[in-house]
Design a protein. Structure first.
Length: 218
C-alpha cells in the first residue's frame, strides 16, 4: 500500500487533499491481464455508529469467489457528498490489509473520476492501494449525461467540462443503469468491458453484489 495522508482531517483539508491527489491519477491501461478482481462495499449499523467494510476476491473472467474479508469499525467522518472516501476509506484499507490474495483490480461501490473534483472513492483508494480500480455507483454525482438505450451493454458517456469521465451503463435489459468511471490505472473503455463481464445476470457486478450481501450478514 501507499499511505498518502492522515484520515482524521477537517472538511476543508479533505477537499484540499482531493485536489492534490487528482493530479496523480493514471487513466490508461497499466496491466496485461487480469486474473483476480475484487469488490469493495461498506454497510452501516446506524444505531451503533458502526460500519462494516467487505472486500471480495473473485477469479476473472470466470467470476468464482475465492476469498473475502469483513471488518467492523466506527464511523469517524460525516456523510458529505463528494467526500465518501474519507468516511469509508479507512475501513476498506483495514480489510485490504487482511487479504491473503491481492486482487489485480478492485470494483468500488462509489465513483472513480466521475466526481466534482475527479477523486471519488475508487480513485482515492486506487492511489492508496496502487492498483487498478473502477467506480461502479448506483447514482451519479455529475449530471451531464443522457439516458442509455434499454438493452444490456447500452451506454452514454458522462461529461465534466466537455471531457468524458464515465458512462451510464445498462448492465441488464430494461433495468436501471449504473454509473461507471475509471478510478486509477485503467481507461474508460476497459472499465465498461470489465464491469459488463462481471455482471452475472444482475444489475450489479458480482464482486460488488456479493460484498454487499456479506456486509449485511454482520
Amino acid at each position: 500500500m501507499n499511505p498518502l495522508h492522515p484520515w482524521k482531517v477537517s472538511i476543508s483539508e479533505a477537499i484540499r487533499i482531493q485536489n492534490i491527489l487528482r493530479k496523480r491519477i493514471i487513466l490508461k491501461r497499466t496491466f496485461k491481464k487480469i486474473r483476480t478482481i475484487g469488490g469493495a462495499d461498506v454497510s452501516y449499523l446506524h444505531d451503533e455508529g458502526v460500519l462494516i467494510g467487505v472486500i471480495t476476491i473473485f477469479s476473472y473472467p470466470d467470476i468464482d469467489l475465492i476469498e473475502y474479508i469483513s471488518v467492523k469499525g466506527k464511523v469517524s467522518f460525516p456523510y458529505i457528498p463528494g467526500l465518501l472516501s474519507f468516511r469509508e476509506g479507512p475501513i476498506l484499507i483495514k480489510a485490504f490489509d487482511k487479504l491473503k490474495i491481492q486482487p489485480d483490480l478492485i470494483l468500488f461501490d462509489g465513483q472513480g473520476i466521475a466526481h466534482p473534483r475527479g477523486v471519488g472513492l475508487a480513485s482515492h483508494l486506487g492511489l492508496w492501494f496502487d492498483i487498478p480500480t473502477i467506480g461502479c455507483a448506483k447514482s451519479p454525482l455529475l449530471k451531464d449525461f443522457k439516458d442509455p438505450g434499454p438493452f444490456r451493454g447500452d451506454y452514454e458517456k458522462i461529461l465534466m467540462g466537455g471531457i468524458e469521465v464515465g458512462a451510464v451503463l445498462r448492465t441488464k435489459d430494461n433495468t436501471k443503469p449504473i454509473f461507471v468511471s475509471p478510478g486509477h490505472k485503467i481507461n474508460l473503455e476497459l472499465s465498461i468491458k470489465i464491469v459488463l463481464n462481471s455482471c452475472l445476470g444482475f444489475r450489479i457486478p458480482e464482486p460488488l453484489r456479493k460484498a454487499h450481501q456479506l456486509s449485511k450478514m454482520n
